[in-house]
Design a protein around this ligand. Structure first.
Ligand SMILES: Cc1cc2nc3c(=O)[nH]c(=O)nc-3n(C[C@H](O)[C@H](O)[C@H](O)COP(=O)(O)OP(=O)(O)OC[C@H]3O[C@@H](n4cnc5c(N)ncnc54)[C@H](O)[C@@H]3O)c2cc1C
Length: 495
């Protein structure tokens, strides 16, 4: 049955993308987005602050408390930008720029930052990098196929098996800190890095051989996505954002859907219950405060544990609580103009899991990494040049004490990581925000569990009558592009 009335729970990027696409797929259905907070956009949260250095220099700087950059490989994202006419709002980082080429790691116990290789020549210059990356990669090509589980394993197990324990601990854990703020020993490689898993299969046991071998094209052809000339424009782009910050995207989406006859956004309204009753075709949505509304179909974009708590009256949805959520402290810092640069030109640095584990002294800072925002995103700022904005990400598997986000703690560790012999200047702006349960960690077996969940949801004779879709960062990938894609596919089985 074609939907008549669709409720979308959650007004983050997944919910907004879902409403945008559902309104086109089902022009006759009434679509209502319910968002608990008065703000639309979920974890996407940009703002502009005015800063001054006390010597006559002033600027307005854009800061992000959530995602800050997008990758150009998401066709669903490019399509959305094209359809929302946001092309002129884009600011991009070319692949040739220092912000794309220069990435660093800070190895606990080693002085300053270590530049990751940007060309094969870098290995010749650094015996440390050769032994950490080049040698394990070269050996891997000749290592016999040694996959232990045909189903899944952790990122750490996968990398240890193919590239050795040292590579897995340093490179694998740092990568996972940068994307998931999680422990690579519990994160599913199939869910988080499917390209690695697939490359091992394509390379008949070797990941490196798999990447060197041409991939057979099984993905949907590009014509299916209405990307305009963005595919062409994104050639040579490593990452991008928007002049007005990431919130440009949810704002444009909200404006677009509000202008449609068949979409309503109800913000400041929390969903307390969702029931599918045997004797009624429609779903019952209970708002906090007691009001009850009926919908023929529902799309949930909230976290899986949250969904479990609101659906408990209908029955148990499987696999709602297998994945922990990471809590991240995001520290936005702006330094006044200085004679010498605060940090080297580059994207930023990540810190691997210390050899002694998360509780050990070696990473008492609690840092996961630091992003050098001024390098890639200075075009978002106005006023006098020379201010340096950067973001320290802390927490995740490091359990932080309250004092660890204090300026004195953060700035002294930052100075140590940057190899500054002098103390850093007094910041013109400093703010630490604890983002509780903000990134789900898909643990080993996630892909299989989500296909079992889908089978239960899609069963027309089951308790959910094939009328509930569960999407969002907790189900598919966590990147904003993945969330937009999930929204694009919402309701595709309801025709
Ligand atoms: C610090 C940080 C940095 C990140 N960096 C990047 C990055 O650089 N690039 C990238 O691609 N991705 C990044 N991500 C990931 C990405 O931002 C998120 O995965 C994505 O924004 C999640 O969107 P969502 O709509 O699925 O969920 P959410 O943003 O969580 O939206 C869900 C919405 O549901 C609402 N809600 C919850 N319960 C209810 C209820 N009962 N009733 C009604 N509404 C409810 C919430 O208020 C929320 O607005 C980052 C994430 C974080 C936290």
């Amino acid at each position: 049955m074609a939907p008549k009335a669709i409720a979308v729970i959650g007004g983050g990027i997944t919910g907004l993308s879902a409403a945008f696409h559902l309104s086109k797929r089902f022009p006759r259905a009434q679509i209502t987005i319910f968002e608990r907070s008065n703000r639309i956009g979920g974890w996407i949260n940009s703002r502009h602050v005015k800063v001054s250095d006390g010597s006559g220099h002033n600027a307005t700087i854009c800061l992000e408390a959530g995602p800050r950059t997008l990758r150009p490989n998401s066709k669903a994202m490019l399509e959305l930008i094209n359809q929302l006419h946001l092309q002129t709002a884009i600011i991009s980082t070319p692949t040739t720029s220092p912000a794309a080429r220069n990435r660093f790691i800070q190895i606990p116990g080693r002085e300053g930052l270590t530049a990751l290789p940007s060309s094969p020549l870098s290995f010749l210059r650094s015996p440390f990098l050769s032994s950490l990356i080049a040698l394990p990669a070269a050996k891997e090509m000749f290592l016999n196929s040694n996959r232990r589980s045909p189903e899944d394993e952790s990122v750490d197990e996968f990398m240890s098996r193919r590239f050795g324990d040292r590579f897995a601990r340093i490179m694998g854990s740092a990568l996972v800190h940068g994307i998931y703020a999680a422990d690579s020993r519990v994160l599913s490689v199939r869910a988080a890095f499917p390209t690695l898993w697939d490359a091992e299969e394509r390379g008949k046991g070797s990941v490196v051989r798999g990447f060197l071998r041409k991939r057979s094209s099984t993905s949907t052809p590009l014509q299916a996505y209405d990307v305009g000339d963005l595919s062409e424009r994104m050639k040579g782009v490593s990452a991008f954002s928007f002049r007005g910050g990431m919130e440009t995207l949810p704002h444009a989406l909200a404006t677009n859907v509000r202008a449609k006859q068949n979409v309503t956004i109800r913000s400041g309204v929390s969903i307390a219950g969702l029931r599918f009753l045997e004797e009624q075709p429609d779903a019952e949505l209970e708002l906090e405060g007691g009001e009850t509304l009926k919908f023929s179909h529902v799309v949930s974009t909230v976290s899986l544990p949250k969904l479990q708590s609101i659906t408990s009256q209908t029955g148990a949805l499987p696999h709602m609580t297998n994945n922990p959520m990471s809590t991240v402290t995001v520290v936005n810092i702006i330094f006044p103009p200085t004679k010498a640069p605060i940090h080297p030109a580059g994207f930023g640095y990540l810190i691997p899991r210390p050899e002694g584990g998360y509780g050990s002294e070696a990473n008492a800072s609690g840092f996961l990494g630091t992003v050098f925002d001024s390098c890639a995103l200075a075009a978002q700022d106005s006023g006098d040049a020379g201010f340096t904005k950067l973001t320290v990400m802390m927490g995740g598997p490091h359990k932080l004490d309250r004092h660890q986000s204090d300026p004195s703690h953060v700035l002294s560790h930052l100075a140590q990581h940057l190899g500054s012999s002098d103390a850093l200047p007094e910041p013109a702006f400093y703010e630490a925000r604890e983002q509780v349960d903000c990134i789900p960690t898909p643990t080993v077996g996630h892909v299989q569990r989500m296909s079992e969940l889908l089978a239960v949801l899609r069963d027309p004779a089951g308790p959910w009558k094939g009328r509930l879709e569960v999407i969002g960062a907790g189900v598919g990938g966590v990147s904003v592009g993945d969330c937009v894609e999930a929204g694009r596919n919402a309701g595709s089985a309801w025709n």
